[in-house]
Design a protein around this ligand. Structure first.
Ligand code: NAG
Ligand code: NAG
Ligand code: NAG
Ligand code: NAG
Ligand code: NAG
Ligand code: NAG
Ligand code: NAG
Length: 344
């Protein structure tokens, strides 16, 4: 009975002591560094969220009492657990070391922890700061958008993490200029068709690999005919008139001869459409096919047209091109002979 009472008394005074020690700490009473051989706690302890943190305190055989505190709350005093948190466990309590482990660390565990010891009836404390790191995470990002050329856009990318992650926006395109914005927000005024494509938001804080998410920006614009070349085809030959247009959404094409619309799938003429290209194919050109044709490209933002001519091929260009080609062959002949000679 007497021993139990004494033990209780001891515990209570110890609690008061450790409590006071913590109080001193909070009032900014510094740990004397002159005779800091013990208690010796580590420097700051840095762990990632979800990992375990080990808090070590080096002691010697003059030490009579030991405790670990979280702020002013006693976690362990000697072998006795004072807190209810099941994540806190005693690792070692020997003549040289007194350490505890905090499992599955979370951000609210961050803060000062104190190792409190009693040597020759003198209390001493040593503090270690637990730092909890959290990998970056993108919690909010703009969805893919489709807008008309000339509009203003604003993309948002919100990330969390510890330390606070750095957020950058980058335009992914073969001709991209690299980083666009070192900010959570990317604003583009008067967007151009060249600025369409994927935009990548990256959040990094050195705790883990950066996290990356992409937003697709589609810039719509009316058709623009980039190529429509007149063609010379002889009677009886196969001939093709070609019209190329860029547009978003992609253009639909129509062909006219004078005012008459040409529909594909006829016996003599066929219209072949691809997203950026339309071909008017004549299987067997006849005299009355010659003339002006109009290619009309349209999408929901507008339409444009170009006129091209199917004509009977002129003699001049044929002769010139033919001569140069023949000249090339003459030069090739000695080379061919040389090659044959070397082989044997
Ligand atoms: C320990 O962490 C505290 C709080 O973050 C900081 O003020 C101090 O400089 C750190 N000390 C060392 C040695 O890193
Ligand atoms: C430490 O104290 C803080 C603040 O009271 C608390 O939220 C946290 O759970 C404590 N952590 C441990 C491991 O005791
Ligand atoms: C785009 O932003 C500029 C500058 O803030 C403004 O003057 C313009 O009216 C905006 N355009 C549209 C289409 O909202
Ligand atoms: C092309 O048309 C002409 C006249 O209609 C015909 O004589 C000729 O056989 C045709 N050629 C081919 C390859 O169909
Ligand atoms: C075709 O167009 C050209 C120039 O646009 C014009 O000079 C020519 O007279 C036209 N031909 C026909 C048959 O309409
Ligand atoms: C081609 O465009 C001109 C003006 O841009 C317009 O007057 C004409 O009607 C158009 N032709 C066709 C076939 O749409
Ligand atoms: C030779 O033919 C090419 C296309 O095959 C053409 O672009 C060029 O203008 C022609 N040369 C001459 C001198 O007409």
């Amino acid at each position: 009975m007497k021993t139990i009472q004494a033990k209780m008394h001891n515990s209570i005074s110890w609690a008061i002591f450790t409590g006071l020690a913590a109080l001193f700490l909070f009032q900014g009473v510094p740990v004397r560094s002159g005779d800091a051989t013990f208690p010796k706690a580590m420097d700051n302890v840095t762990v990632r969220q979800g990992e375990s943190a080990t808090l070590r305190c080096t002691v010697d055989n003059r030490v009579t009492r030991v405790a670990w505190l979280n702020r002013s709350t006693i976690l362990y005093a000697g072998n006795d657990k004072w807190c209810l948190d099941p994540r806190v466990v005693l690792l070692t309590n020997t003549k040289t070391q007194y350490s505890i482990e905090i499992q599955n660390v979370d951000v609210y565990d961050e803060g000062p922890y104190t190792c409190s010891v009693q040597t020759d009836n003198h209390p001493k404390t040593s503090r270690v700061h637990l730092i909890v790191q959290v990998s970056p995470k993108i919690i909010e990002i703009s969805s893919d958008i489709s807008i008309n050329e000339g509009s203003n856009i604003s993309l948002t990318c919100i990330a969390t993490g510890r330390p606070e992650p750095t957020v950058t926006w980058r335009h992914i395109s073969p001709t991209a200029v690299g980083f666009m914005s070192e900010d959570e927000y990317l604003e583009i005024q008067g967007i151009t068709r060249a600025q369409s494509g994927d935009y990548e938001c990256s959040a990094s804080n050195d705790v883990a690999a950066p996290v990356v998410r992409r937003v697709k920006v589609t810039v719509n614009y009316p058709p623009y005919i980039s190529e429509a070349k007149s063609t010379g085809v002889a009677v009886g030959q196969k001939g093709t008139l070609q019209c190329e247009a860029s547009a978003v959404p992609s253009a639909e094409f129509q062909w006219y001869k004078d005012d008459k619309r040409l529909v594909g799938g006829q016996k003599r003429v066929k219209v072949e459409n691809r997203p950026f290209l339309s071909k008017l194919i004549f299987f067997n050109v006849s005299e009355h096919d010659y003339g002006n044709y109009t290619c009309v490209a349209s999408n929901n933002l507008g339409h444009t047209n170009a006129s091209i001519t199917l004509f009977a091929p002129g003699a001049v260009s044929e002769v010139n091109n033919g001569t140069s080609r023949r000249a090339g062959c003459i030069w090739l002949l000695p080379l061919l002979i040389l090659h044959l000679l070397l082989k044997f």
